[in-house]
Write a protein that binds this ligand. Structure first.
Ligand code: PLP
Length: 395
């Protein structure tokens, strides 16, 4: 049996006709820059997430970049973030000339640890930290209650890297009990990616910034278009960070499916968990399963009422990880390491990386492995994946 890590053909089977129509509409409209498809998607994603404003941009990376640029962050500034993420999270900080400072992750959720953040913020006597970028890794929100409390205490804006977490919910405590907020709406802004492997993926690159802040939305809107206002008058230096209307049109076809896909991914995760529990692998410590931390802390809430984890990736920790990966690939099972090198160990940091030690992130980089979790995965495929892993440890 062949089990790819992601099979976009499986969704094309039911989406292709509508996608062709949507692309053809853009083609024949001759509105190739901005226009109604981009504006329509901006409204729909903002409404879906519970945000006031959405600003379509060229990629998830550019969403983060334009957010930093709109805050005027640059040389001499520092940005507090996680060392365990896709490179873009740190890359944008370096590109604006600022310095990334890292708080290690919580080893269960893989998200930035607010206790470590508190230590770093407390030690920042010169107040160089000008922004905080938490990442909602694999599709589960970072601990935003604690992060927002720190951000308010130190008066630092929060840019949520929600590239892997569109629609993921966080139970924000209120006087009347927990209220679910969606990824990207708790900080100053949230940044989405529509890279094809994300839960909502385009047919190419795309991204969006969402925010509740009108002035910030206007600034991002200027920044994505060379800071021009009116046209050809530039009070700011921005760039061309616009979202392509073909991508917007394709994403509008897909958005109505998103909650159903989240649900299927959640069901697939539950099925993997059950299949693994039926083996000795978990008890023997060979495999550690992912944890939906907010579902566990709120057992009174039925799991299917909220998407605390949207499983953009289903990531296990595995003993002998690299050999297991090779074994799965030999057996036609797609899998991937997200991410094999923690950000603070990347070569592009030069000498700075020698000074940094963040053990939980380094350990995660050495042990994690993502298994296929896409919505159209079948139970038989999942049984084959778990059985092939069981065989590996029995050899
Ligand atoms: C995908 C991703 C990005 C970048 O998005 P692109 O659209 O590929 O530029 C940024 N951060 C994280 C955590 C991501 O997973």
């Amino acid at each position: 049996m062949k089990v790819p890590l992601l099979d976009l053909h499986a969704q094309l089977a039911y989406l292709q006709d509508d996608l062709i129509k949507a692309v053809n509409n853009v083609l024949t409209s001759t509105r190739y820059i901005q226009g109604p498809e981009v504006e329509g998607l901006e409204k729909e994603i903002a409404a879906y997430s519970g945000a006031q404003y959405g600003i379509g941009v060229s990629s998830g990376t550019d969403a983060l970049l334009v957010a930093l640029m709109s805050l005027g962050i640059g040389h001499g500034d520092e940005v507090l973030t996680t060392p365990y993420s896709f490179f873009a999270t740190m890359g944008v900080v370096l590109r604006v000339g600022a310095k990334p400072v890292f708080a290690d992750i919580d080893p269960v959720s893989y998200n930035i640890d607010p206790l470590k953040m508190a230590e770093i913020l407390h030690a920042d006597k010169q107040r160089k930290i000008k922004a905080i970028i938490p990442v909602h890794l694999y599709g589960q929100c970072a601990d935003m209650r604690a992060i927002i409390a720190l951000a308010e205490q130190y008066n630092i804006p929060v840019i949520e890297d929600a590239a892997q977490a569109i629609g993921a919910e966080y139970p924000f405590p209120t006087e009347k009990g927990p209220k679910c907020e969606r990824a990207g709406t708790m900080g100053l802004c949230g940044c989405f990616s529509f890279f094809p492997s994300k839960n909502l993926g385009g047919i190419g690159d795309g991204g969006m910034v969402i925010t509740q802040d009108k002035a910030f939305a206007e600034k991002v809107n200027l920044m994505r278009n060379h800071g021009a206002h009116p046209k050809y008058y530039h009070s700011l230096v921005g760039g061309n960070f616009r979202l392509d209307p073909i991508q917007a049109a394709a994403l509008r076809v897909k958005l109505p499916y998103l909650d159903g896909w989240h649900r299927k991914r959640g069901e697939n995760a539950a099925r993997y968990n059950a299949l693994f529990q039926d083996t000795d692998l978990v008890a023997d410590g060979k495999v550690t399963l992912p944890v939906s931390v907010y579902s566990e802390s709120l057992p009174q809430q039925p799991i299917d009422e909220a998407h605390y984890h949207i499983y953009n990736q289903y990531v296990i920790r595995a003993d002998l990880r690299d050999a297991l990966r090779d074994w799965l690939l030999e057996n036609d099972i797609g899998c991937e390491i997200y991410y094999p090198v923690a950000l603070h160990k990347q070569e592009c940091l030069g000498d700075y990386r020698q000074q940094l030690s963040l053990p939980h992130s380094e350990k995660a980089a050495a042990e994690t492995l993502a298994l296929p979790i896409y919505p159209e995965l079948t139970p038989a495929m999942q049984e084959y994946v778990v059985d092939t892993i069981r065989q590996f440890y029995q050899r």
